[in-house]
Design a protein around this ligand. Sequence first.
Ligand code: HEM
Length: 53
Amino acid sequence: MARWNDEDLYLLLRDGGKAMGLSATMPGWSRLATDQEIRDMAAFVRTLVAEQP
Ligand code: HEM
């Protein structure tokens, strides 16, 4: 997680792996969740790890 800043983590969750140069296997949430919900997801995932970037 340390290499993901907040904006890129948000974009990864919104648009999926391919949009961020990773595997297209990871889908994005843009059709299923609002921007605010995706930002909230990114913030929640941060709470699961101790190290902050
Ligand atoms: C809220 C749900 C999810 C979160 C928070 C999440 C988060 C992440 C993050 C942060 C990475 C990058 C890891 C790294 O830096 O190496 C990642 C990679 C990946 N995710 Fe997800 N993910 C989610 C859901 C999913 C789902 C549903 C799938 C597949 C069905 C998936 C498949 C993958 C794959 C295959 C990669 C590796 C991509 C690569 O290294 O090329 N993810 N995910």
